[in-house]
Design a protein around this ligand. Structure first.
Ligand SMILES: [Fe+2]
Ligand SMILES: [Fe+2]
Length: 178
């Protein structure tokens, strides 16, 4: 079983990952409202990943014989002043998540919870990728921000991200694809 301190922090982490899911989904709505369907598509793929992250913690807690406790999500933001501001916030969210993952690793090691330490290894590596992707998007957006063509091209490029197989956020999954 997982010790109390780590268990509480992992239940807390489910909330953080679901908050990532929810804020990214809100950004999907925002990007669509700005006619940036490619960016919206990229964020849909990312939101899907966040749900998977939450479920990895969910299942780890259950597999170890502990109880999942879902917590209230924080107040959701629904609009941004610019696409760049949204991308910057996505990057900040990932930096926040990284700090939380590192904290979980610290607790797991202190408690000699080797099973959780191994499971958290995946997240430590994943966060390197998540931060790199988010940072790249911010820098690309900064570069093209004042050019209509540049924004158009970037939107096109981000729209090519491949959905994880069977994603419920893929319009094709519920036959609404046009
Ligand atoms: Fe995540
Ligand atoms: Fe990822």
């Amino acid at each position: 079983m997982i010790g109390k301190k780590l268990l509480d922090a992992m239940n807390e982490q489910i909330k953080h990952e679901l908050e990532s899911y929810y804020i990214y989904l809100s950004m999907v709505a925002y990007f669509h409202s700005q006619n940036l369907d490619g960016m919206a598509h990229w964020m849909r793929c990312q939101a899907h990943e966040e749900m998977i992250h939450a479920m990895k913690f969910f299942d780890h807690i259950i597999d170890r014989g502990n109880e999942v406790k879902l917590l209230d999500l924080k107040q959701l933001k629904t609009s941004w002043n610019s696409p760049l501001e949204a991308w910057k916030e996505a990057y900040a969210q990932e930096q926040f998540i990284t700090s939380k993952i590192h904290n979980l690793v610290k607790i797991a090691r202190k408690e000699n919870d080797f099973a959780s330490d191994t499971m958290l290894n995946w997240f430590t590596k994943e966060q390197i990728e998540e931060e790199a992707n988010a940072d790249k998007n911010v820098r690309q957006m900064e570069r093209v921000e004042n050019s209509r063509e540049g924004v158009f091209m970037l939107d096109r490029e981000l729209g090519t991200r491949i959905f994880p197989a069977g994603s419920p956020l893929d319009p094709a999954a519920y036959n609404l694809a046009t």
